[in-house]
Design a protein around this ligand. Structure first.
Ligand code: ATP
Length: 514
């Protein structure tokens, strides 16, 4: 393995994504657009396969979960009811010298993180000095650590109170009192803090007075809530049951960065699970486990995932956690699991004047169901898969290779087929194999350059198998199949190829482990 610095590692992944047709900056010929990306020929395949793994695991594998595809535009009242019009805001502040805009909450959080770093350094220093070092004891008695800790608590409490009271002047004052400087200009010349709504709006209809403001949905969940009764009735669904959906969501993120981690246009995969009130904690625990397991089955490393339970809950939630993934820039939220009570359906009942209830024949009683939701960003998942799969290897003899160790079921191509040389009837046999396989598998054909170079190209794309047709193939109908990760080769009958690929690369290989 080569030792690459973390910041270079991330840069290398981004350029690899571009070089191998995974992700391009959007409208690049016009210099691109910040936080908007296009998926290329291989990226679209990988993304589709991840989506399919999610969809099948939810809809095909659960008799009580169905999928829908709601429109991106929704009646504007939806977003009043959901709380997005009034409360889907980020507090923003500008630095007058650099003219850069920041999220005030992020500036404060980063400041707190710096103080936490100082505590950790004190702990590390002391741990080196003393044998049998007791971290908890040190943290609760060391004067400097206690001082830092007090500072953090003060800042957090002030910030929490200010946000709850929507006191933006106080939020600014915290930034001033903490002496936070703009990382670009190095000055403390800050504007006032303003609330900024994250929803994109546009006009529906002609550009006249009648045209009404509509929003591009900032989450897919509301499309599920407004269709709850339609699905329940037409699907004769019995509680507990789920509705799944994948689709685009849009947020006017101010601090959009870290490649496809935070985008302005992204895709979500959400499932709302409707349950009997009082059973929601059981289901919350169930989905928490089930969703972590779904990620683990990808085989990218169990140590790369962890739970982060929310301590501060949104007013409508009675439990919430994130599944975090270790991205090249640290552990960050990948997926959220939320127990949302009956908040959303009740809000929609209130704003629409329609009953959104369920008659429970076992209880002989009607109620608004409680909801446990699982919500994951497809693009973030893509980045988690890509960044864990990307490896720069130094091979025996000093040779190097870049290999994408993608889970075979997610790889854009399952196999590449090569004739050893471009004559003697080898291309014809290779093409015949390709034609036979392509009904069942995504396969590709390559006859350019040496076989070694062709192997490297497929390694970089993440193709799990390379099938080479040589002169022996003409005689005994066998080929070599080379494994991407071990680089080992074995000879197999051409007639076995289809079943080998099915066993090793179909989604069943993942779904059967759930
Ligand atoms: P964050 O705290 O990172 O802004 P969030 O808590 O607002 O995320 P949710 O509203 O719970 O996120 O959305 C569910 C999932 O959608 C997230 O876990 C993430 O995977 C994905 N997601 C949210 N915002 C973005 C974005 N701007 N770009 C890409 N994916 C996103």
């Amino acid at each position: 393995m080569s030792s690459v610095k973390p910041e270079d590692h991330f840069k290398n992944i981004i350029s690899h994504c571009k070089e191998y047709g995974y992700i391009f900056p959007s409208s690049e010929i016009y210099d691109g657009m910040s936080a908007v990306y296009d998926y290329g020929q291989n990226g679209a395949e990988l993304k589709k396969n991840i989506r399919e793994y999610w969809w099948k695991s939810m809809v095909q594998m659960h008799e009580n979960i169905v999928g829908i595809d709601a429109a991106i535009f929704m009646h504007p009242t939806t977003w009043k009811a959901s709380g997005h019009v009034d409360a889907f805001n980020d507090p923003l502040i500008d630095n007058k010298d650099s003219k850069k805009r920041y999220r005030a909450d992020v500036l404060i959080e980063e400041h707190v993180a710096k103080i936490e770093d100082k505590i950790n350094k004190e702990v590390e220093k002391a741990a080196k000095r003393f044998e049998n070092f007791d971290v908890a004891m040190f943290r609760s008695t060391n004067a400097r650590v206690l001082e830092y800790q007090k500072k953090i608590e003060e800042i957090n409490a002030r910030f929490k109170n200010a946000m709850e009271a929507n006191d933006l002047a106080e939020v600014r004052q915290i930034i001033v009192d903490c002496e936070i400087v703009d990382p670009i200009s190095g000055t403390r010349n800050w504007t006032d803090v303003r609330q900024f709504n994250l929803m994109f709006s546009t006009q529906l209809g002609s550009v006249s007075e009648e045209a009404s403001t509509v929003y591009l949905r900032p989450e897919t969940a509301q499309g599920i809530f407004v269709n709850y009764l339609n699905v329940q009735k037409t699907g004769r669904m019995k509680i507990p049951f789920g509705i799944a959906q994948t689709g685009k969501a849009f947020r006017n993120e101010i601090v959009a960065r870290q490649f496809i981690f935070r985008m302005r246009e992204f895709e979500q995969m959400e499932m709302q699970f409707f349950v009997r009130p009082g059973t929601e904690m059981e289901w919350y625990e169930y989905w928490k486990k089930a969703r972590l397991n779904w990620h683990l089955v990808l085989g990218l490393g169990a140590d790369k995932y962890r739970y982060h339970d929310h301590i501060k809950l949104a007013h409508y939630a009675n439990a919430a956690c994130d599944i975090e993934h270790q991205f090249p820039f640290g552990f960050k939220e990948l997926e959220g699991i939320h127990s949302r009570t009956d908040f959303d359906l009740k809000q929609h009942e209130q704003y629409s004047g329609k009953k959104l209830q369920y008659f429970d024949p076992e209880l002989n009683q009607s109620y608004v169901p409680y909801v446990v939701e699982t919500s994951v960003g497809l693009d973030r998942l893509f980045l988690s898969v890509m960044s864990s799969a990307y490896k720069e290897e130094v091979l025996e003899g000093g040779d190097t290779r870049v290999v994408l160790g993608l889970p075979p079921a997610l790889a854009p191509f399952k196999a590449a087929i090569f004739p050893l040389i471009k004559k003697d009837g080898l291309p014809e046999l290779a093409e015949k194999i390709m034609t036979d396989l392509k009904f069942d598998h995504m396969v590709t054909y390559d006859e350019k350059d040496t076989v070694g170079k062709r192997y490297r190209r497929q390694d970089a794309i993440g193709t799990p198998y390379c099938i080479t047709v040589d002169h022996q193939s003409l005689e005994d109908q066998t080929v070599t199949i080379r494994h991407r990760d071990s680089m080992e080769q074995e000879r197999v009958a051409i007639s076995q190829l289809n079943s080998i690929l099915t066993a090793k690369t179909s989604l069943k290989s993942l779904l059967s482990q759930l």
